[in-house]
Design a protein around this ligand. Structure first.
Ligand code: BES
Ligand code: MN
Ligand code: ZN
Length: 505
């Protein structure tokens, strides 16, 4: 989607469709909507009075101008109640509009910037939310269908952001630049999650990450299984050996050219990338197994955040570590009761080969230590238990460091990717005690998301560390007003925002 910023009046805007907005409960349209209402001889006021146009968040209402304006159609997107307005709401309203535009089969449209000055929203933030939300809402996976719905709702090719006030143009442009980088990379992450696992093998993931990285000057290094063996990554390799596909350890690194990375905060992200999780020898039931193509969502989010950071050249030293492998029940696969050793020398008894995420993350967390990081954050579709605890909207945030947890919650709030603090309850370390190794790899059903976090903590080092369990948020089950069913890219935008926060200091 090309996004243009243009100075102009909506009364003069000749376009297939123009998006304006309305707060819920407003009976007399103001601003851009008032100009539309005037041109249409009070039609909008009537529609509001009749209750047809409500301004509810997620609602969109389409009008034909019948020649009264150079715009052929006007779409009114709801901003919800003004008291509840925020940057996340602005993003959602833009997303709802874009989703409707795409369904209408319109490929180029214009929009005003939503909500400037309301809820404390700056011009930059409003423009950023607009660009980002439009990209997110206009997203659809380019499926393998040979015909059908991809043809009736083609990709939106062009969005024109209209701003009447010349003094605001620079800020609108600055916001759009960031929103576009974030939105495009979030959609890239969603594409990877939606990609079938026979296409998206670990090697293909590494190839795609490299391809994107080279476009924005992000450093990439990919270690193969032999190189991981030299490092003593027995935990990662224990999982990779069950598959005929070669495991890949993807290392991404960003800092601005000509800046000594040692002078910047060093933040390491570790993203789980099981390109397909059968469960291994501890085979999963068949019914919902197909969903396990989303088990690389943490890796995709990590790569997306690093790509956006590099594209915008954030002054921060950011590292992304992505252990990528399938989890398959091959003839050489790891078995329950096997013991493996991670890079830091700790030994683990495998109780379930389906707890493969923590195994690959363990070695990646050890690897993170070589950067002497100021903070480490891992993100993983780790446990079904987090969905039992928090349901489909919320990711689980495990973090004992007040500063890092505060930063993450603020970033998540800003980006509209909700997460909830969960306990890193140290006494539960006993639940992964075993007679035969330093720990076992499952702690039972009860508190399963917590014992998984406790396990990871054994490899995370002494610096502030956070763990995000996105097992129930990486994949959206149903279409809604803002977004289509499928991969969400959850976490990519929060990770980016966290980096932006460190970069601002
Ligand atoms: N990838 C799964 C977790 C998952 C579940 C992701 C549902 C998305 C949706 C993970 O590898 C897994 O299998 N976890 C096990 C752990 C158990 C064996 C301790 C689980 O949650 O059942
Ligand atoms: Mn598993
Ligand atoms: Zn898994």
């Amino acid at each position: 989607m090309q996004i243009n910023v243009k100075q102009g009046q909506l009364q003069q805007e000749s376009t297939e469709l123009l998006v304006v907005n309305l707060f819920e409960g407003v009976t007399e349209p103001g601003g851009a909507l008032k100009a539309v209402d005037n041109a249409l001889s009070g039609l909008v006021t009537q529609l509001i009075a009749a209750g047809d146009v409500t301004g509810k968040l997620g609602s969109t209402h389409l009008l034909y101008t019948n020649g009264a304006l150079p715009a052929r159609r006007v779409l009114i997107t709801g901003l919800g109640k003004e008291a509840e307005f925020s940057v996340s709401v602005a993003r959602k309203a833009a997303a709802a509009a874009a989703r409707r535009v795409r369904e209408l089969g319109v490929s180029a449209y214009s929009t005003v910037v939503h909500g400037v000055g309301r809820g404390g929203l700056s011009v930059i933030n409003a423009a950023e939310a607009l660009a980002e939300g439009s990209l997110l809402g206009g997203y659809k996976f380019a499926s393998y269908k040979r015909d059908g719905d991809d043809k009736s709702s083609p990709e939106i090719s062009e969005l024109t952001v209209l701003e009447a006030d010349a003094a605001k143009l620079d800020d609108v442009r600055a916001g759009v630049t960031v929103g576009q980088a974030v939105g495009e990379n979030a959609n890239w992450a969603r594409d990877q999650v939606n990609e079938p696992a026979n296409y998206l093998t670990p090697r293909e993931l590494a190839r795609r990450v490299r391809e994107q990285a080279e476009r924005v000057g992000l450093q990439v290094q990919v270690l193969d299984e032999a190189e991981m063996a030299e490092l003593g990554a027995g935990s990662f390799l224990g999982i990779a050996r069950g598959s005929d596909e070669e495991g890949q350890f993807i290392v991404l690194e960003h800092y601005p050219k000509d800046v000594d990375p040692a002078s910047l905060p060093t933040i390491v992200f570790v993203g789980k990338a099981i390109t397909f999780d059968t469960g291994g020898i501890s085979l999963k039931p068949g019914e919902n197994m197909w969903k396990m193509k989303d088990d690389m969502g943490g890796g995709a989010a990590t790569a997306g955040a690093l790509l956006a950071a590099a594209r915008l050249n954030l002054p921060v030293h950011a590292v992304g570590l992505i252990p990528a492998t399938e989890n398959m029940p091959g003839g050489d696969a790891i078995k329950p009761s096997d013991v493996v050793t991670a890079i830091n020398g700790k030994t683990m008894e495998i109780i379930s080969t389906d707890a493969e995420g923590r195994q690959v993350m363990a070695d990646a967390l050890c690897y993170a230590q070589r950067y002497n990081p100021d903070a480490v954050l891992d993100i993983a579709t780790l446990t079904g238990a987090i969905g039992i605890a928090l349901g489909p909207d919320l990711a689980g945030l495990f973090c004992d460091d007040d500063d890092l947890r505060g930063r993450l919650l603020a970033a998540s709030e800003f980006m509209g990717e909700p997460m909830w603090p969960m306990p890193v309850w140290k006494p539960y370390r006993r639940l992964i005690d075993t007679d035969v190794a330093d720990m076992k790899n499952t702690g039972g059903r009860y508190g399963g998301a917590i014992t998984a976090a406790i396990f990871l903590r054994e490899f995370a080092g002494e610096q502030p560390w956070a763990h995000l369990d996105i097992a129930s948020t990486a994949y959206q089950e149903a279409n809604d007003a803002f977004s289509v069913r499928g991969g969400t890219g959850f976490g990519m935008r929060t990770l980016f925002e966290l980096l932006r926060g460190y970069a601002a200091q």
